[in-house]
Design a protein around this ligand. Structure first.
Ligand code: UD1
Length: 370
């Protein structure tokens, strides 16, 4: 008789969905392939509802072909404490009902940490995909989420060697750590074949390598007028010379309105609602430069070799700087760093090892043998 491994796959916020999609697919492939051992995987998807707008959630499920969630906790927005607590309260009964062998969490959002805490206290094993990343900046809510999740998880699946080193430095036993590669790149490679990048450029009247792709949403950049004001001013200056496409996160849009901020007249900033995954991939591949504070975009830029300026004092993804096309910048040096990029090659850096589209397969194999 076949044995069954029961998994709960957790997703809550936008950057989780492109990590979940290849895992769901790899599990389907495993179950469809006879003669691959006796163990079948019974996986259920839990959407916490941390992100809930159609453009922040549903479009990604449709576009990435993720199966409909089996559980939707519908927690919505709130303070960190309120949101985390709400996820925990609503996730506990799901664990009681499903009795999983593993809870699999991805990334570093509040949903990741909240579900890890619940599972760990119930004695359910936790596997963390994208484990070991550290910005060493505890003012970032994600850093707290990473530290707590990795401290409690039983199996730490890492994207790059630096993550293994961080975990070893923190005293995590070697047998709990497995270098599997970058799951975001699985989604990217699978999706690239399906994208009509010409259409997306045409829709926004953009020329190949003739625009800057901007995304900004970190609280440290957008939550105060003192930080967001100068960023808007600097972007205005860049956008007087170069077309800027800026799909604006709901958090950032709200702050710009609250603080009464606007781009200067003559600045060619195309401020649009959040975009689909295909459009984001297209812009990253075809931009002259990406300007961001997102973790995922640093990695996707590195894959394409597109120069990327990350508006943060640190990154939990240092390999994108040491091997890839990423540079850290500040609001004070933004314009001069952009000029340096314009003088350099249009594409640079190399793709790190194991960013090869096969990470989900390696994760499934690792779980089956754990
Ligand atoms: C969260 C993650 C961050 C990730 C980002 C990607 C945490 C701590 N942060 O930040 O790591 O990079 O997602 O987007 O988990 N809102 C909407 N519609 C939505 C969701 C949110 O309008 O569908 C608005 C609400 O006003 C909400 C605010 O955005 O209060 C922030 O949402 P939240 O999930 O708390 O954090 P993000 O900034 O999105």
């Amino acid at each position: 008789m076949s044995k069954t491994l029961k998994l709960l796959l957790i997703a809550g916020a936008r950057p989780n969905f492109m990590k979940l999609a290849p895992l769901a697919k790899a599990i389907q492939n495993h179950n469809a392939r006879p003669g691959n051992g006796d163990i079948l995987i019974d996986s259920r998807i839990v959407h916490t509802g941390q992100h809930y707008d159609t453009q922040m959630s549903q479009v990604f499920f449709e576009e990435l072909g993720i199966p409909k969630p089996d559980f939707n906790l519908e927690v919505g927005s709130g303070s960190h404490a309120a949101q985390t607590a709400e996820i925990m309260k609503r996730f506990e009964p799901v664990c009681l009902e499903s009795t999983p062998d593993w809870v699999l969490v991805v990334g570093d959002v509040n949903s990741t940490m909240a579900c890890t805490l619940v599972a760990a206290k119930m004695g359910i094993r936790v596997a963390h995909v994208e484990a070991g990343l550290r910005s060493n900046d505890r003012t970032m809510p994600e850093e707290i989420n990473r530290i707590v999740t990795d401290a409690l998880a039983d199996f730490l699946l890492t994207p790059s060697q630096d993550a293994n080193e961080n975990l070893e430095r923190e005293g995590v036993p070697e047998e709990k750590i497995r270098l599997v590669g970058n799951i975001m790149i699985d989604s990217l490679i699978a999706h690239l074949k399906k994208i009509d990048s010409g259409a997306a450029l045409k829709r926004f009247s953009l020329k190949d390598r003739g625009f800057v792709y901007v995304t900004l949403h970190r609280p440290s950049n957008v939550d105060s007028k003192e930080t967001l004001g100068p960023i808007v001013e600097e972007l205005s200056m860049i956008a007087k010379q170069w077309p800027v496409i800026f799909p604006i996160h709901p958090r950032t849009r709200k702050r710009m309105t609250d603080f009464g901020l606007a781009f200067e007249p003559g600045a060619k900033v195309n401020l649009i609602d959040p975009i689909s995954y295909s459009e984001s991939i297209t812009f990253t591949e075809r931009a002259r430069c990406v300007l961001t504070d997102s973790g995922g975009l640093q990695e996707e830029s590195t894959y394409f070799g597109t120069p990327c300026l990350t508006l943060r004092p640190n990154t939990e993804r240092p390999i994108t700087v040491t091997m890839g096309s990423n540079c850290l910048t500040t609001v004070q040096s933004l314009r001069s760093d952009f000029q340096i990029i314009l003088k350099g090659p249009a594409r640079c850096g190399t793709v790190p090892p194991l960013w090869d589209g096969k990470t989900a397969e390696r994760i499934v194999a690792a779980l089956l043998s754990a």
